[in-house]
Design a protein around this ligand. Structure first.
Ligand SMILES: N[C@@H](CCC(=O)N[C@@H](CS)C(=O)NCC(=O)O)C(=O)O
Length: 221
């Protein structure tokens, strides 16, 4: 039987949504053809597949377009999830995972964007935006005081989907984060950002252009 063509995957190295998708893809060891995008210079094919123009976008071998990072994570994990990040057969944990990611993607991400660019959002000061974000950080700190990861002791989809955003929040003012009242969160973030998985997915690929030789991501060497 002919092997199926790998999915095409448009990514942008520094985007936290693309990071979570790459983390899931790499973990599941599904091979994809990676197309590194520069947001100011989006490829025509990306916009043809997904006119909303965000990354990440995955196009399956049968041309199904998946243009939400959570759906791409789900797609990868449904093919292989050796440590049960999805917590299948534990619906109460699935619900917690889903609610926590919702909170990250909705309320927290909106605050993070304003905190990062407080000068463009003069309604509040940077410190006030940080204070708004601390509501979520407090919640995570509490969860991490109960167990080693957000949902229980083991890695779940929630940890992977959320830590790229906490990393961004922490990097707005590193000195503040280092002395913040969130020791468990700091330890958790360091654990994830130092992980081999994260280091692998942060490998720098050159910008993709139509006609380039295919680059395969998450190929097991
Ligand atoms: N809900 C989308 C959000 C993706 C998103 O907003 N990505 C940003 C980059 S981090 C983007 O592509 N923005 C478009 C642009 O800046 O032109 C997802 O989860 O995939």
């Amino acid at each position: 039987m002919r092997p199926t063509r790998p999915a095409i995957f448009y990514s942008f190295r520094r985007c936290p949504y693309a990071m979570r998708a790459r983390l899931a893809i790499h973990y599941s060891q599904v091979e994809v053809e990676l197309r590194e995008v520069v947001l100011k210079d989006k490829p025509t094919s990306l916009l043809a597949y997904s006119p909303k123009g965000t990354v990440p976008v995955l196009v399956t071998h049968d041309k199904k377009v998946i243009d939400e990072s959570r759906d791409i994570m789900q797609w990868a994990l449904l093919q292989s999830d050796s440590n049960n990040w999805l917590r299948t057969e534990q619906p109460h944990l699935q619900k917690q995972i889903s609610l926590l990611i919702d909170e990250n993607d909705n309320e927290f991400k909106a605050i993070l964007d304003k905190y990062k660019y407080a000068d463009r959002h003069p309604e509040y000061t940077e410190a006030e935006y940080r204070e708004q974000g601390n509501r979520f950080l407090n919640q995570l700190e509490l969860l991490l005081s109960l167990h080693d990861n957000l949902i229980d002791d083991k890695v779940s989809l929630a940890d992977i989907a959320i830590f790229p955003f906490i990393r961004q929040f922490a990097s707005v003012d590193k000195a503040w984060f280092e002395q913040s009242p969130y020791p468990k969160l700091r330890e958790w973030l360091t654990r994830y950002t130092n992980s081999a998985l994260f280091i692998d997915i942060m490998y720098k690929y050159p910008q993709w252009s139509a006609g380039d030789k295919a680059v395969y991501f998450a190929k097991v060497s």
